[in-house]
Design a protein around this ligand. Structure first.
Ligand code: HEM
Length: 92
């Protein structure tokens, strides 16, 4: 698995980095309560939507083997037999 280090990827800012450093037009940062509220919203908005769409997509692909084959071929062509070490993320 690819290791990620914040020191080696300074331009990569995660959700909490953004919340902790965000400033409004008067250069005020978010309070800890506001940061907690944002995290709660993202947790709720993020997990059930993703589980629903992932379950539906996997079920749908299982119901249509022809499409499943095409997805498989596309993954093979994109991943190109790699061990995934060269997949990058966060703009790196
Ligand atoms: C397939 C996955 C997702 C779907 C289908 C989806 C769908 C939606 C939809 C339709 C809205 C608009 C709701 C409205 O205005 O009535 C929305 C809002 C939002 N979504 Fe997602 N979403 C997905 C994934 C995520 C993830 C992964 C996150 C965060 C990690 C997220 C965070 C949010 C937030 C913060 C809002 C705005 C909530 C608000 O303040 O009104 N969503 N999403």
């Amino acid at each position: 698995m690819q290791k990620f280090s914040r020191e080696e990827n300074p331009p990569c800012r995660d959700f909490l980095d953004i919340l902790f450093t965000a400033k409004d037009k008067d250069r005020f940062t978010l309070t800890l309560e506001e940061i907690k509220d944002e995290v709660t919203t993202f947790m709720f908005a993020g997990y059930e939507t993703v589980t629903s769409i992932t379950s539906w997509a996997l079920y749908s692909v299982a119901e249509h083997p022809d499409i499943q084959s095409r997805v498989h071929e596309e993954l093979d062509s994109v991943l190109n037999d790699s061990d995934h070490a060269d997949i990058t993320w966060c703009g790196s």
